[in-house]
Design a protein around this ligand. Structure first.
Ligand SMILES: *Cc1c(COP(=O)(O)O)cnc(C)c1O
Length: 376
């Protein structure tokens, strides 16, 4: 029996997703990629509505991409930033978003400040209020960090940021598919997400939400002949919807797989999924806390399905490998992925277990027994 506890890394796609992807690849091999895509044109067009329903947005606020990072980068690149401006990040910022923010700052000349976490481990809302002023043009917020059980309070951050006119770019890579992430409820201007994690879609897929209200304040730069039209010798006309952030070429099989994954999650219900994931993560945390030599490192008031821990005397990657040999799949998260947070908490690396709703109680017991049996 395989206990699969790595949906925060790359989850197991359900049957429908697999059938869509493999089926479409086979069809491409029969009639060619262009004709195969034409056959599925209606389903591909309907995909915008499916993701819009999942993410509490309008179909024209959705862009399909090839990863969460690509979505995030496309959005970030379109936010005008220059000398005198400020960008706020959170202590739990993911390296994949901190790096582009810090890198671009060297040329663009804006300031970057990190908002600390409060005693519970979530973003400190009072510190945020103090850090916000009219110069802040962007707040980069991670919904559920990659390296702890935290779920950040998005709506409160958005309300505070909007009071000074700042845009909020939400990294929802670890929350989409495991809990309700709705743009209309959270208020975030921009939301990036992946297919392969909690949504159980194919690798190499991502989604971006660009709210209409924010669209006019953005300057899309990385456009091609899909996002824009060449209308005169020196004239181009950009699309008005979020598809300006897409490029023409994509894996149609994977796109169909992502749409199937979103339909699958919607059919189960995101609040149902959230309950099921929380129940499993809670059970795992409790079990781990009772094991000698095991320390759980999760923080926050509201918890995600990510459970992080260390085993005394056994390095996290060795824990991962020894558990794999016993059919328990987990991953690890190192300090460089979330430098500020791991540094403040004095952690080098943690083991990360992320049970989705399909994990059975017996599989959690199997994982706990295997972890309990680890000796230095
Ligand atoms: C995985 C992850 C990302 C990046 O996702 P990709 O699919 O690799 O682009 C971004 N943010 C967080 C918090 C993540 O865990």
């Amino acid at each position: 029996m395989i206990a699969f506890l790595d949906s925060a890394g790359s989850s197991l796609p359900p049957r429908e997703v697999l059938d869509e992807v493999v089926g479409h690849l086979r069809r491409e091999a029969e009639i060619g990629g262009y004709a195969a895509a034409r056959e599925r044109a209606d389903d591909l067009a309907a995909g915008y509505g499916v993701l819009a329903e999942l993410l509490g947005a309008e179909p024209d606020e959705i862009a399909f991409t090839d990863s969460a990072t690509r979505s995030w980068l496309a959005a970030f690149d379109a936010v005008p930033l220059g000398p005198g401006d400020r960008v706020l990040i959170s202590e739990a910022e993911y390296a994949g978003t901190a790096i582009p923010i810090l890198h671009r700052a060297r040329e663009a000349g804006y300031e970057v400040d990190a908002v600390p976490s409060d005693a519970s481990g979530q973003l400190d809302l009072e510190a945020l209020e103090e850090a916000l002023d009219e110069r802040v043009k962007l707040v980069s917020l991670v919904h559920a960090p990659t390296n702890s059980g935290l779920v950040n309070p998005v709506r409160e951050v958005v309300e505070a940021a909007h009071r000074v006119g700042a845009l909020v770019l939400l990294d929802a890579c670890q929350s989409i598919g495991q809990l309700p992430v709705r743009a209309d409820e959270l208020g975030a201007d921009l939301i990036s997400g992946t297919g392969r994690k909690w949504l159980r879609g194919p690798r190499g897929t991502g989604v971006l939400v660009v709210r209409r209200a924010a669209a006019d304040r953005l300057r899309p730069r990385l456009v091609d002949l899909h996002g824009a039209e060449w209308v005169g010798p020196r004239e181009v006309r950009l699309r008005r919807d979020a598809r300006v952030y897409e490029i023409w070429e994509s894996s149609v099989a994977d796109r169909l797989g992502l749409i199937a994954a979103a339909r699958h999650a919607l059919a189960r219900g995101l609040d149902v999924i959230e309950r099921e994931v929380a129940e499993r993560a809670g059970r795992l945390r409790e079990g781990l806390a009772g094991l000698p030599g095991v320390a759980v490192h999760d923080v926050g008031v509201r918890r995600s399905g990510i459970v992080t821990f260390t085993v005394a005397g056994v390095a996290p990657q060795e824990v991962r490998d020894r558990l794999a040999a016993e059919g328990v799949v987990v991953s690890t998260s190192g300090a460089s992925s979330t430098l500020l947070d791991m540094g403040r908490r004095g952690l080098d690396e943690v083991v990360r277990a992320s049970p989705h709703y399909f994990v059975e109680p017996a599989e959690l017991d199997q994982a706990l027994a295997a972890i309990g049996g680890l000796r230095p």
